[in-house]
Design a protein around this ligand. Sequence first.
Ligand code: FAD
Length: 257
Amino acid sequence: MNVLIVFAHPEPQSLNGALLRSAVRQLEAAGHSVQVSDLYAMGFKATLDAEDFPPGDGPFDPSLASLEGLDSGEQHPQISAEQAKLDWADALILQFPLWWFSLPAILKGWVERVYAYGFAYGVGEHSDQHWGDRYGEGRMAGKRAMLLVTTGGWESHYSARGINGPIDDLLFPIHHGVLHYPGFDVLPPFLVHRTSRVDEARFAQIEAQLGERLASLFSAAPIPFRRQNGGDYAIPALELKPEHKPGAGGFGIHLAD
Ligand code: FAD
C-alpha cells in the first residue's frame, strides 16, 4: 500500500526526526511504499495567498482562485505536487509536535493550500437535499489517516479532567474537520507525551509501540465518526437528529451511538 507522511518539524535530529526515520523504516520493511513531505526541508510556503495563482482581474478570492487553479492546473507547483501525493496515497500520516495546542503553522498552511475548493471541499452535489460529499465522503473516501503527535505535556494534563483539556477534544478539529471532512477514515492518534523525559530506553518502547500501530494501519478500527449523509443529521440544518444522544451536545455526539 502507499503511505504519505507529511512531516512538520524543523530539525532532523529531533525526537520527531528519529520517529519519522523509524516509521519509514518499519513501513518499508512491511512492504509499503512511502513518500515523505518534509515541509521545512522542502521550504514549503506556509501561507495561502495570491502568489499561488496567476494574476486575476478583481480582488483576490482564496476559494475561487483555488477552484480555478485546480481546474486549469495553474496553481503553485507545491500545491499540485501535494495533491498528486494525496491521490496516490492509501494512507496519510500527519506528524508534528503539538505547538500551542494545534498544528505548527507550516502544516496548517499545507492544509489551507493543498485542500483546494473542488479537491477537498465543494465536492459533490450541493442542494437543500444533499450538502456536498463530505464528513465521510469526498475525494479521500476509502483512504485512512492517522496523526503522530508529540507533546511536552504529560498524559494526565490531557486526560478527561486535565488542565489542557482532553486530547480528543483538542484534536477534534483536525480529526473531524481536516481528515473526516474530505472523506478519510481516521484512526486513533499515536501520541508521545512528556517528550523531555525521552531517553534511549523510552525511545525503544515508543518505537515498538509505533511499529504495532503501523502494522495495523490498514486493519485497525477507525474512530466511529458519523457520516453526514448517513441519515443521522437533519439536512439542510445539519444538526444531529434528536433521537441520537438526546439532550447532549459537544464533540462526543458526532461519534456513532
Ligand atoms: P526533542 O526536543 O527533539 O526531543 C525530546 C527528547 O527526546 C530530548 O530529551 C531528546 O534528547 C530525546 N530524543 C530525541 N531523539 C532521540 C532518540 N533518537 N533516542 C532517544 N531520545 C531521543 N507542548 C504541549 O504539550 N502543548 C503545547 O501547546 C505546546 N506548545 C509548544 C509551542 C512551541 C512553539 C514549542 C517550541 C513547543 C511547544 N510544546 C507544547 C512542546 C512541544 O510539543 C515539544 O517540545 C515537542 O513535542 C517535542 O518534540 P521534539 O521532536 O521537538 O523533541
